[in-house]
Design a protein around this ligand. Sequence first.
Ligand code: HAS
Ligand code: CU
Length: 542
Amino acid sequence: MERETTSENELVLAHVYTGTIAVVIGAFFGLMQVLSRADAVKIPSWFDYYRMLSAHGTLMVLIFTTFYVTGLATFSSYRSIPRPRSLGLAWAAWAVMLVGALMMLIEIFSGNATVLYTFYAPLKASPWFYLGTTLLIVGTWLVAIDVFRDIFWWRREHKGEIVPLPAFTAATTFVMWIVGTLGVVIEEIFFLLPWSFGAHQDINVELTRLLFWYFGHPLVYFWIMGAYMVWYNLVPVYIKGNVYSDGLTRLSFILLMLLSAPVGLHHQFTEPGIANGWKALQTITTYGVAIPSLFTAFSVFAGFELWAHKRGKKGFWQTAMALPWNNPAFAGAAYGMLLFILGGFTGLVNGSYSMDTLIHNTIWVPAHFHVTVAGPVALTFIASSYWLVPKLTGRELWKPNLALWQVRLWFVGMLIFSIALHIAGLMGEPRRTSVLDYGGSAIAAAWQPFNVAGAIGGSILFISAILFACVAIGTLVHNRKDEPMDAEFAKPSEFSGPTPPWVQSIFRWGLVSLVLAILFWAGPFIQLLNSAVHLAPGMKTW
Ligand code: HAS
Ligand code: CU
C-alpha cells in the first residue's frame, strides 16, 4: 500500500475546517449573549436566550473543540508515524462525528433541545439531540482506534524503539477520553435516550448528573491536552527551539490520563445525596491534577529560556521580549499561556470546597472557563491552524498581519470579558439567567457595569472571530498552490536525558486510570442508587 499524504492532509483539513465553521458561528451567539446580558439587545422570543446559550455552548465546547482535538491528534500521529495506511476508518469517524454534530444543532435550532451544553435532566430534549451527542462521541472513539492502530504498528515494526512523542501525546489523550466518556455514554444509553423516547416518564436526576460529571472533567481535560499537544510538539518548532524534556512531557500526559477522571465531584460540591467524604477525596485529586499543568508551565518556559540562552539572552524578561510576538501562530499560543495563568489560578480557587460555595453557579464560573477553554485552548487551536493549514495545503497564510491582529484581539477581548465577569461573580451575579434586574434590586444594578465591560470584551472577541474566518477562507482560496510542506515536530533539548521506560507505557497506565476512575466513582454511584430515589418527570421549560 502506498502512503497517501495528500489524502491524509485532506482528512486533517476536514477536521480543522469543521471546527473553524463551528467557532465562527458560535462566536455570533456569544456576541448575542453578552449584548443580551448587558441589556443592549433584546433576544426575540422566537429564539429565546436559553436556546441561544445552548447553541453557543454546544458549538464552542462540544463541536469546535472536539473537531480540533481529533484533527490535531490525527495529524500528530500520522506525521510522527509515517506509514502506508488506509483512511477508510478515519473518514468514517469524521462523518459520524459530523452527523452527530448536525443532529445536535438541528435540534437546538428548531427549539427541541434548549438544555444547554450540560444537558442536565430533568430538562428534556428530543431523542435526536441525545443520539447526536452519542454519535459525536462514538465518532471520536473511531478516531482513537485509528490512532491506536498507529501505536500498535509502531511497536510491531520498531521493536524496542520509543513511540514518537507526538503520537504518544495523542494516544494518551484518547485513552483518558475513552475512560472519561464511558460515564456520559452510560448516561445516554441507559437513562436519557430511553426516557426521551418515552420508555419511561421519570428520571433519576442526581444519578444522571453524577454520570455527567464523571465525564465532565475529562471533557475539559480533553481540550487542554489538545492544547498541550501543540505547546509541547509544535510551539518549539515555530521558534526553532526544543521541547525541554521528553520524559517530563510523557510523565505530564500520564498524570493527566490518571487524574482527569477521579476529580469530577468538584463540580458537585453543593449537591445533596453524595457523602462529604467522597467530595473531600476528590478535592485531593483535584489539586493533584493541577500538578501536570504546573509541570507544563515549567517545561514550556524552560524551553523558551534555553532557546533565548542560545541567542545570548538571559532571565525572564529578556527571554519574554525575545520571543517572536509577531508570528501569529506563536503569539496566539503564547497569549493562551498567559490567559491560563489566570484560568489555572481561578481553577484552584474553585477546587476548594469553601471557596466554591461562594462562586458556584455565579458568572465567575463562565469567567473561569473563558480563561481555560475559550482562552488557552481556543486561541492555541486557532493559532495552530495558521501554521498547520499552510503545511497541509502548500498555500501561504493569507494576510499574516490580519492573523496577528486576530490573536491580539482575542487575547485582549478575553481578558476584559473574563476579569469583568470574575468580579461580577464575586458580587453574586448568577450564571445561566436571562433576567438579571431582579425587579430593580440595587444589588443586581451593581452588576450592570461589569456586564457592559463583558459586552465590550465579547464584541472584541466577535471581531476577532470574523478576522479568523477571513484568514481561514483567504488561505483556502489563495491562488498560490504548492506541494504540501513537510511538518516536523519538536526534538528534545540537551537537558532531556534518556526517557525512563516506565513513562513509555500507554495502555498499562490506561488500565490504571480505569481502575482509579472506578475506585473513585463506584462509592458515590452506589450511594445514589441505594438512597431513597426521587424520580422527576421530564420538563420542557422553554
Ligand atoms: Fe475548571 C469549572 C477546577 C482547569 C474548564 N472548569 C469549570 C467549567 C469548565 C472548566 C468548562 O474545582 C464549568 C463547568 C460547568 O459548566 O459547570 N479547573 C479546576 C482546576 C483546574 C481547572 C483545579 N477547567 C480547567 C481547564 C478547563 C476548565 C484546563 C478547560 C480547558 N473548574 C474547577 C472547578 C469547577 C470548574 C472546581 C467547578 C466550579 C463550580 O462551582 O461550578 C486546574 O487543573 C488548573 C491547573 C492549571 C494551572 C495553570 C498552569 C499554567 C500554565 C500556563 C503556562 C504559562 C507560561 C507563561 C508558560 C495550575 C500551564 C508563558 C509566558 C510567556 C511570556 C509566553
Ligand atoms: Cu472540573
